[in-house]
Design a protein around this ligand. Structure first.
Ligand code: AMP
Length: 394
């Protein structure tokens, strides 16, 4: 899959264009009010770009899981209210997605203005990627722009199907994801270091498999490290173990002729995963039977920080320990601080790593904070993302 896609900046706005813009407005709503508008705010630059260039925008998104049925609980009405406030003019909400109301609003749409369609998932055809539904969506506009990175790993009508009927571009959010993560995967400034942590090897298998081919260093931490340590013959006590991945991991280590894979040399252990529990640091393969590893040790954290400081590109996915409990947060904190300080290009690959850098107030010090969740993981796995693959190549 090429990551070099045409963007909203490539659209010729010399004649007025109606743009079908797929956004990610899947926001939390309580009592009819949006309680966190981060995703709506993030979409504003792409919307403004279109409007300021004389285009008009037919905005669409899914919200929650209404399972193919109209359900007022999942209406985008609260989102229309926030959009109207942020854009400074009334953004009318169609009462349907591809019906009479949507058509009437789209036909009457003036350059510089925007409308919002109702929740795409009110129609089962959306998730089924139904060609007829895609065509009816396409009929509302002249060009298609996808800016919903978080849904780009789904082949739905609004994320992929519609591109069969309209010239398809990415918005500014997806453009940024492609430049950062696509750039790292295809032409990273070296040394390229990937830091992988979190609870399970099995959740990250695809990422490990892809990054071990591309990266110069793979720093392993978190609960997943103990499966590696056990595969090397170490004692891991009650630490997390993916028993059925032991052979796979042993093979990975056997094939690591260049020593790319780095494992924790020391580990903070405890008998109980709770705040204030007694802890001590031991060599990683010497964990007593009744204790477990809960964080990488200080020696490992310092060694990882040193590699990060000397890297040209760093991607991080998954905490180094049970960082939610302060006693086991040192490894995660040290990695976050080292990333904030390095001259290399830094990418925080979402999920708990993003929660950690936000907690430590370091998000702004990173070059890119990936917000795509499942889409980011599939991107790092090197998989084809239907919502990206369908866009015009440069
Ligand atoms: P994931 O969702 O796979 O990225 O895993 C994140 C979770 O892994 C966090 O909630 C951490 O508390 C947990 N975790 C990290 N290190 C360990 C560990 N050594 N033992 C148990 N859980 C861990």
């Amino acid at each position: 899959m090429s990551y070099n896609k045409k963007t909203v900046r490539d659209i010729d706005f010399s004649s007025p264009k109606r743009v079908l813009l797929r956004c990610d407005f899947n926001v939390p709503i309580e009592n009819g009010e949006v309680t966190d508008d981060t995703r709506i705010t993030a979409s504003i630059p792409t919307i403004r770009y279109i409007l300021e260039h004389g285009g008009s925008a037919v905005l669409c998104s899914h919200l929650g899981r209404p399972k193919g049925k109209v359900n007022p609980e999942f209406s985008l009405a609260p989102v229309a209210k926030v959009l109207s406030k942020l854009l400074g003019f009334d953004v009318p909400l169609a009462t349907d997605v591809v019906g009479v109301s949507a058509n009437a609003l789209a036909v009457a749409l003036k350059p510089g203005k925007a409308i919002l369609l109702e929740n795409l998932r009110f129609h089962a055809q959306e998730e089924a990627n139904d060609p007829e539904f895609s065509k009816r969506l396409a009929d509302l506009a002249d060009v298609y722009v996808n800016d919903a990175f978080g849904a780009a790993h789904r082949a739905h009508a609004s994320t992929a199907g519609v591109a069969a009927y309209l010239p398809a571009y990415c918005g500014l959010l997806i453009e940024k994801e492609l430049a950062a993560i696509g750039g790292a995967l295809t032409d990273p400034k070296r040394p390229f270091t990937a830091i992988l942590g979190g609870s399970k090897v099995s959740d990250k298998l695809g990422v490990i498999e892809n990054l071990v081919k591309i990266a110069d260093n793979l720093l392993i931490g978190g609960g997943m490290a103990y499966t590696f340590i056990k595969a090397q013959g170490g004692s891991i006590g009650k630490s997390l173990l993916d028993a059925d991945k032991l052979d796979y991991v042993a093979e990975l280590l056997k094939n690591d002729a260049n020593g790319k894979i780095h494992l924790p040399t020391d580990t903070v252990i405890t008998a109980e995963l709770k705040a204030g529990a007694a802890t001590r640091t031991v060599p990683s393969g010497e964990i007593p039977d009744d204790e477990m590893g809960a964080d990488i040790g200080a020696q490992t954290a310092a060694a990882y920080a040193d590699i990060i400081a000397n890297s040209g590109t760093v991607i991080w996915n998954g905490p180094m320990g049970v960082f939610e409990i302060e006693d086991f947060a040192n490894g995660t904190k040290t990695v976050a601080n080292a990333m904030a300080a390095t001259q290399g290009f830094t990418i925080v690959g979402g999920g708990d790593s993003l929660a950690a850098v936000n907690k430590y107030g370091l998000a702004e010090k990173m070059n890119h904070n990936a917000t795509g969740g499942g889409a980011t993981l599939e991107f790092l796995e090197g998989k084809v993302l239907p919502g990206i693959a369908c866009l015009l190549d440069r």
